[in-house]
Design a protein around this ligand. Structure first.
Ligand code: T3D
Length: 261
């Protein structure tokens, strides 16, 4: 059976590719279930130190496969249950994964496809890519964490306009607005994204995971709670080999060799 989501390894970097280019990587139920299984595999392996997610062909993903037989209004399907089992399950995993996640957005990212990309820790996009909150076009609200990420990253004014107007946001504007990390020329995207993933994978992985945890918690915490959290997480980072190595390398004027422990 052909798999439309692929996982491969490049050293310490795990690479997941949405690989259904003829349907601009629209996500049907088997693809979503496989994505969940692959995220679990990456988490279980314990050896991947960064995760890169990208799309095959000219798009990142068109979001939910609107032609999926499981997505039929006539069958009276339980949309809440489907979302919980698929998109929510994926977003929860990406946010909890204790390694940096990078989305390399190679083309249009629409609907839940856009919001899965925006859930990643660092989003790098091709200059020709765009982000489309397509939901209003089909009478839905942004899901897969869209209302959270858009509002936190852009504020209500831009979040509401993007969601209600469902117009494509060019990658360059997304970068100017702070929705994503950066834009690169189309031909440079794959190489730059992989180099970024390797750079992170050779970093102090425990500290990076704790950084991710602290920054994500900052969306919910007040300053006092965040100071407590920083203290507690720094105590963990301070017990790692990589902290000792970072200090030693600085004093010895050499490049640190982080182990991710
Ligand atoms: O219960 C739940 O799970 C609810 C959750 C919902 C989450 C969501 O993601 S809802 C939003 C779903 N996505 C969309 O509404 C986007 C629909 N697609 C588009 O707007 C456009 O296709 C794109 C802007 C993404 C790309 O446009 P373009 O011109 O580059 O490509 P195209 O020609 O429209 O698409 C190419 C093919 O892919 C075409 O098939 P064909 O005619 O060559 O056989 C098209 O029908 C197909 N395709 C594109 N998007 C989807 C799709 N097929 C199924 N589902 C799609 N989402």
């Amino acid at each position: 059976m052909q798999e439309y989501v692929q996982l491969r390894r490049d050293g310490a970097v795990a690479i997941i590719t949405l690989d259904r280019p003829e349907k601009v990587n629209a996500l049907d139920r088997p693809m979503l279930d496989r994505l969940i299984a692959l995220l679990d595999e990456v988490a279980r392996s314990g050896t991947a130190r960064a995760l890169l997610i990208t799309g095959a062909g000219r798009a990142f993903s068109a979001g939910q496969d609107l032609a999926d037989p499981a997505f039929r209004i006539e069958t009276n399907f339980d949309i809440a249950a489907v979302i919980e089992q698929t998109y929510n399950a994926i977003v929860r995993r990406l946010r909890a994964l204790p390694i940096p996640t990078i989305a390399a957005v190679n083309g249009v990212a629409a609907g839940a496809g856009a919001n899965l990309a925006l859930t990643c820790d660092i989003v790098i996009a091709a200059r020709s890519a765009s982000f489309l909150q397509a939901f209003a076009r089909i009478g839905l609200i942004p899901d897969a964490g869209g209302t959270f990420m858009l509002t936190r990253l852009l504020g209500e004014a831009r979040a509401k306009a993007l969601a209600m107007l469902a117009e494509p946001l060019p990658a360059e504007t997304a970068a100017q607005w702070g929705l994503i990390w950066k834009v690169v020329d189309d031909a440079a995207l794959a190489g730059e994204a992989l180099a970024l993933a390797h750079r992170l994978a050779s970093g102090p992985t425990v500290a990076l995971a704790l950084t991710k945890q602290a920054i994500q918690a900052a969306s919910d915490n007040g300053l006092m709670a965040q100071l407590d959290l920083e203290r507690d997480l720094q105590a963990k980072a301070g017990r790692t080999h990589d902290f000792a190595e970072g200090i030693a390398a600085f004093l010895e004027k050499r490049k640190p060799e982080f182990r991710g422990a």
